[in-house]
Design a protein around this ligand. Structure first.
Ligand SMILES: Cc1cc2nc3c(=O)[nH]c(=O)nc-3n(C[C@H](O)[C@H](O)[C@H](O)COP(=O)(O)O)c2cc1C
Length: 273
């Protein structure tokens, strides 16, 4: 493991930034242990929003998102992370750190952390050419497939709710020009859910860096019929949808203010000796 290690203040700064990661219901269902071997991520099941398989999925996806945010924040602070996923029972991931000067790309992604918000407002205007293709390539780096949900298959319900519409009801977008994307994996294991969460984080930060708005969604996937129909139509029945992602041009109105996060003291145990 690492022969050098960031000091506690640097780790605290990184974990504070990582806590800005999106999480289902803003539950932030994670815990950290920092010891001389690295930084270890655990799911905090007590913060799960329920007991169903969909709730477990939300926890692991959210942990994947904070894991990626953490690696990005360490990267910008001059530490590269080697990520060991599910290294032992109950540990979702361990980051092994090595000093490495930050590159421009990692600084750009880290700078997007503070700007990214889950934006449920209508998006107006077309996406720049090639945006979705670029995100498909990024998702593939996490073994995650990314595809577009046909506009006829989703609807905006009121101000902040979205639904899949495989049951036949007429889709309504109310002027929302968002693209609806779906992230899927080849298997539905905890490891693949973690990877999907990392990809979700990467796509939201890459979009924010391009000045685009996003909103992750899993609520519409809770209905099994929608889930199966989406799998058949978009992935030929051969993938597991993990999350949806709305993507589009940022509304020109005010930026959304940040939501409250748990402090590093609440989520983290330091055991640096
Ligand atoms: C796995 C996951 C599932 C989510 N599902 C939904 C959803 O179904 N509907 C929704 O409006 N927001 C959803 N969100 C967005 C969260 O509500 C949002 O990230 C959280 O409230 C924190 O706000 P912020 O992302 O703006 O910082 C989801 C986020 C994640 C990571």
């Amino acid at each position: 493991m690492a022969t050098t290690f960031p000091d506690a203040a640097d780790v605290e700064h990184v974990l504070d930034l990582a806590a800005r990661a999106p999480s289902a219901g803003n539950a932030q269902p994670w815990r950290w242990l920092v010891d001389t071997r690295g930084v270890h991520l655990f799911a905090d099941w007590s913060r799960s929003l329920g007991d169903s398989d969909a709730d477990r999925r939300d926890v692991v996806l959210s942990c994947g998102a904070v894991l990626h945010h953490c690696a990005v924040a360490f990267g910008a602070a001059g530490w590269s992370s080697r990520i060991h996923r599910l290294p032992e029972p109950d540990v979702l991931a361990s980051l092994e750190l090595a000093a490495r000067p930050a590159g421009a790309a990692s600084r750009e992604l880290a700078a997007a952390i503070a700007r990214r918000r889950a934006d449920r407002r209508p998006y107006r205007g077309a996406l720049p050419a090639g945006t979705i293709e670029q995100l498909v390539i990024r998702a593939a780096r996490f073994d995650v497939q990314l595809s577009v949900v046909p506009a006829s298959r989703w609807a905006r319900l009121g101000d902040a709710e979205f639904a899949l519409r495989y049951a036949g009801a007429a889709p309504q977008h109310d002027g929302d020009q968002a693209a609806m994307l779906v992230l899927a994996t080849a298997a539905d294991t905890e490891g693949m859910r973690l990877r999907a969460g990392e990809a979700l984080s990467d796509l939201t930060l890459a979009a924010a860096a391009l000045g685009l708005a996003t909103c992750p969604l899993t609520q519409p996937l809770r209905d099994q019929r929608n889930r199966l129909a989406l799998t058949c139509e978009v992935f030929d029945g051969d993938a597991y949808p993990q999350a949806l992602l709305r993507l589009g041009q940022q509304p020109v109105t005010d930026a959304l203010p940040p939501l409250q996060r748990r402090s590093v003291a609440e989520t983290t145990t330091f055991a640096l000796g």
